[in-house]
Design a protein around this ligand. Structure first.
Ligand code: ADP
Length: 251
């Protein structure tokens, strides 16, 4: 579902991702861990096409995200092609980024109606189902500021799912929350991970959560995957010294 092939990303002379290869199979949940500055968020931003790779290719659902095939050749993707492929991807950010002037229900129906051209009633019905999934049915008529941070983040999750993405990207989704609100958001994500076939790529510092939902954990250091494997392996018998150091600092 996601394939990075020799992806290099530089900012000036700083090589942030260095010929990175990795794949995430359909329906799998993969977590990226590693020290701050190791390139994890850059990967999510490349997938959201907020950044472009300097070298290498990225595929999503079997289609090039960064390139398109024209006359048998691979050329940099045009905007229309990128937009189409990106529809497969939903993202939840650290800061929830809800539309402040819209009530909860409309926050969720806005993109399905205006981007996908979905019928308004059908979009509302789906939004109600999603609000039920994230436990916020009774709040559909409120504005974002009338909700707690944890509730707002659960609306943001519902909003991302409303576009029926094949891939859900989660970027430190609990790090802006007060500690007592973290568990509710993680419970919702656990539920989604265990009950849907969506492919998930998460960046998180919540190691228990990573352990719970991940099929695979990738340990990053300086723009490379230095170790990967099941959560059991990475958290209980890491091979790499850097992984051991990192885990002993965060656990
Ligand atoms: P992580 O998510 O693992 O903390 P990031 O992907 O955010 O790491 O950052 C990796 C490196 O890229 C860091 O050295 C960071 O300073 C640098 N970086 C990220 N975004 C930019 C940018 N827009 N301009 C310049 N440097 C950047």
């Amino acid at each position: 579902m996601i394939r990075f092939d020799k992806v290099t990303k530089r900012f000036g002379t700083n090589t942030v991702l260095d010929s990175l290869d990795f794949t995430v199979s359909s329906g799998k949940h993969v977590t990226l861990i590693g020290p701050s500055g190791s390139g994890k968020t850059t990967i999510l931003r490349l997938l959201m096409t907020l950044l472009k790779p300097d070298e290498g290719t990225i595929k999503v659902g079997g289609q090039y995200l960064t390139h398109e095939e024209k006359g048998g050749k691979l050329v940099p993707a045009g905007e229309k092609h990128t937009r189409e492929v990106r529809k497969k991807i939903g993202m939840v950010f650290q800061q929830f980024n809800l539309f402040p002037n819209m009530k909860v229900l409309r926050n969720i129906t806005e993109a399905p109606v205006h981007v996908l051209g979905m019928d308004k009633d059908a979009a509302e019905e789906r939004a109600r189902d999603l609000l039920d999934l994230v436990g916020l049915t009774e709040h559909l008529d409120k504005y974002p500021t009338q909700l707690s941070g944890g509730q707002q983040q659960r609306v943001a999750i519902a909003r991302a799912l409303a576009m029926r993405p094949q891939v859900l990207l989660l970027d430190e989704v609990t790090s802006a929350l007060d500690p007592e609100l973290v568990a509710g958001v993680l419970d919702v994500l656990r539920d989604i991970a265990h009950t849907t076939d969506i492919t998930m790529l998460c960046v998180t510092h919540e190691m228990n959560f990573a352990r719970d939902i991940s099929d695979d954990v990738l340990m990053f250091d300086a723009g490379r995957v230095i170790e990967s494997g099941s959560p059991e392996k990475i958290f209980t018998e890491p091979e790499h010294e850097r992984t051991r150091e990192f885990l002993s600092a965060v656990l």
